[in-house]
Design a protein around this ligand. Structure first.
Ligand code: GLN
Length: 510
């Protein structure tokens, strides 16, 4: 099987078209996904919770309204999966942590409200690294998610669950969150599409906060056009989020479905991303994609972003600082896990015991780091300095976008690594995001599309496209053109050819 032959094998666009034409019902479509989830999810551990009843209720309601002749949203009836970082009313939301194991939110995140308003059945909640800290989903308190291409390998992180459900056809679309690469890097290593919109382009209201100045919600999909449709549902101003941009959603759908001609477009290759530390097969696919962009009419220029080499260092001061502040709310007094030591413990002792039991190692590591970086006497030397570097990185982007319309790089330095390989080495884990972090620090949009598989291991390689803030449509236009060109060259989309590779969906099914 290259891709499933039932309804789950369709793209979201095809599903939407068939629903609109009355060829299928949303109940059939949703049930097909639920059946496949039941069969395949145990091997992947990609969904933490499945809401069959809720999804089917939405599907029935949409079918009824369509039959009554109502005008519906284009994606009405198309199912979606939601990363377990977004609050869903009445449905457990854990953020991959024991701290929130039993947390049932009393309200929906704005993006969840928007999915409901569009009439999209929510299949369930996807696995993730605890509080979105990680690049492999191994830091989830509920066990790792496995990569559908090879069950011994990681699906990326923190949003490995969302990318794995899309790659394994357990949902056509999923929601991710990207603080330093958690949508794009999982997309790269699973052969799927993932986009991080401009900071402020999608509401963060009701999203469990990691680092508020970096966090951004975005779409995971199998094609660029599918991602654009979901982006459009999610985006737009929300008065409940003070950082939400009060402007229309950039025209991403038009861009993803428009011309494939890139004549005159200047594509900037960032000199500082690539080379040493990057797997040869990843670099080979990247070079090949540049050639394909040239064939589409684009002009390739080299740009330099000298401060990108400090991006990781700045990120690992800014992120832990903001995270230590955001995670202070898990004090066992208001909600979340509460552990009461024996005797008559003080409030501090209850907090300490609860946090000790509730947080995993990586979360504790970052809280300690952040608390240290923010402490008096060190604040200027660490946090203050990192913020200055952040400004220099934003200036690098501004200068680069004078010379190029979009910037490109490999999304991740390697293909999917083996489960367990980097778990005990935080630095090795952090290096997975070396190419994705600069965009978060500057607030610019970024996307990863599949660029084929690496020759040495047959695993997917991601190609990253970055655009200036509020110009998200540019990366969709380039992504869609390149996607079509790559599919043409290799006789289908990367995922359609997955059967060629040992350890893929076939074996998952078996
Ligand atoms: N892997 C990065 C980290 O661990 C990015 C996480 C994210 O984007 N949520 O911080």
């Amino acid at each position: 099987m290259s891709k499933p032959t039932d309804l789950t094998g369709l793209t979201a666009v095809e599903m939407a078209d068939k629903l609109a034409a009355g060829e299928i019902t949303s109940v059939e479509l949703t049930q097909a996904h639920l059946d496949r989830i039941e069969r395949i999810n145990p091997a992947l551990n990609a969904y933490l919770a499945v809401d069959a009843e809720g999804a089917l209720a939405t599907a029935r309601e949409i079918d009824r309204r369509r039959a009554a002749g109502e005008t519906l949203h284009r994606l009405a009836g198309v199912p979606v999966a939601v990363k377990d970082i977004a609050c869903t009313k009445g449905l457990t939301t854990t953020a991959g942590s024991k701290m929130l194991e039993d947390f049932v939110p009393p309200y929906d995140a704005t993006i969840v409200t928007r999915l409901r308003e569009a009439g999209m059945p929510i299949l369930g909640k996807t696995n993730m690294d605890e509080f979105a800290m990680g690049s492999s989903t191994e830091h989830s308190a509920f066990g790792p998610t496995r990569n559908p291409w090879d069950l011994d390998r990681i699906p990326g992180g923190s949003g490995g669950g969302s990318s794995a459900v899309v790659a394994a056809y357990l949902a056509p679309l999923a929601i991710g969150s990207d603080t330093g690469g958690s949508i794009r890097q999982p997309a790269a290593v699973t052969g799927t599409v993932g986009a991080k919109p401009t900071y402020g382009g999608v509401s963060r209201y009701g999203i469990i906060a990691l680092a508020s100045s970096l966090d951004q919600i975005g779409p995971c999909a199998r094609t660029v056009a599918d991602a654009a449709l979901l982006h459009e549902v999610l985006g737009g101003h929300d008065p409940m989020d003070s950082t939400s941009i009060d402007a229309p959603v950039p025209p991403v759908v038009a861009a993803a479905t428009g011309t494939r001609d890139l004549t005159g477009l200047r594509v900037g290759v960032v000199k500082e991303i690539g080379g040493e530390g990057f797997q040869p097969g990843v670099l080979a696919r990247f070079e090949e994609a540049l050639e394909q962009l040239r064939e589409l009419g684009a002009e390739i220029v080299e740009v330099s972003c000298p401060h990108f080499s400090y991006a990781m260092a700045a990120y690992y001061l800014i992120l832990p600082s903001e995270a230590s502040s955001n995670l202070a709310r898990y004090d066992a007094m208001r909600y979340g896990r509460r552990v009461v030591p024996e005797g008559s413990p003080s409030a501090e002792q209850v907090m300490a015991a609860s946090r000790d039991a509730g947080f995993g190692d990586e979360v504790k590591r970052r809280i300690i780091l952040g608390t240290y970086a923010l402490s008096s006497g060190y604040y200027d030397a660490y946090y203050g300095q990192a913020q200055k570097v952040r400004t220099l990185i934003a200036r690098d982007f501004a200068a680069a976008f004078e010379q190029a319309d979009v910037l490109v790089s490999p999304t991740a330095p390697t293909t999917a690594f083996k489960i367990g390989d980097k778990l005990d080495d935080p630095m090795a884990m952090y290096l997975n995001d070396i190419a994705t972090i600069p965009a978060n620090l500057a607030g610019v949009p970024g996307m990863s599309i599949p660029a084929g598989v690496a020759e040495e291991d047959g695993l997917p390689v991601g190609f990253q496209i970055l655009a200036p803030a509020m110009e998200d449509q540019r990366m969709y236009a380039v992504g869609a053109a390149l996607e079509a060109r790559i599919a043409e060259a290799q006789g289908g989309l990367v995922l359609d050819n997955a059967s060629e590779i040992p350890g893929t969906h076939d074996e998952v099914t078996a």
